[in-house]
Design a protein around this ligand. Sequence first.
Ligand SMILES: Nc1nc2c(ncn2[C@@H]2O[C@H](COP(=O)(O)OP(=O)(O)OP(=O)(O)O)[C@@H](O)[C@H]2O)c(=O)[nH]1
Ligand SMILES: [Mg+2]
Length: 244
Amino acid sequence: MAELNQSKLLISIATYNEHDNLRPLVESIKNFMPQAHILIVDDNSPDGTGKLADVLTQELSDLHAIHRTGKLGLGTAIVAGMKFAINNEFDYFMSIDADFSHHPRYIPPIFQGMAEKDVMIGSRYIPGGGTKNWPFSRKVISTSVNYLVKLLFWMPVRDASGGFRCYRTSKLKEVDFDRVWSKGYSFQQEMLFRVYRCGSKLGEYPIIFEDRRAGSSKVNWKEALRSISLLIYLGIMSRFKRNL
Ligand SMILES: Nc1nc2c(ncn2[C@@H]2O[C@H](COP(=O)(O)OP(=O)(O)OP(=O)(O)O)[C@@H](O)[C@H]2O)c(=O)[nH]1
Ligand SMILES: [Mg+2]
């Protein structure tokens, strides 16, 4: 445990139109994990989230911001954060949504889990975990996608689609980011599969996922269908090809 306490953790927040959530989220993360550095990856949000990120970097030490030119997708925003963690010699990389669906109170126990694992997942589908205020349709789709992923990839986890995760950076270094196909929703499953193939030990910690606090939902059903097709293709190809 002493080793974990002395290590460097980067907590990365991808943002698109999260102005009203960002400041309270950053304050809450600092409250639960004062020693962590925070990175904001903003895609030129029309609501001024990027400008607020710059204000916060002036106010707080250990806070960094990456500004991209336009909405390039959550997957590529997380990869940008992972590359930042690698290039700046962080030992651990954690991703968290900006809308309080992933409550910062879970950061310490998820991080503690890294003492024995290479990836820790904030999990809705192990005992103690769950969802709150989620429409029935999203519950059904999320559960079905997780069954499908289990069938396709045989990974020893119950929640392969959640984005509240901590990775050991040394394992991320083994992943060839240029080979990652997903830019949208399937990114979480694909990245998990890629680190798992590198021999990572996966762990889960139960979380209650709450629907977003502020801002509007950006769910895109066309992208969801595209992601499911991509996962099916990747799962089948992975049986035949080592070099994906
Ligand atoms: N930088 C960046 N962040 C994004 C992009 N799309 C989504 N995000 C962020 O990624 C996180 C997850 O996206 P959400 O929109 O909350 O996705 P969701 O939880 O499936 O759906 P809702 O909460 O209903 O909108 C949030 O912090 C978003 O602001 C993007 O294209 N670029
Ligand atoms: Mg959300």
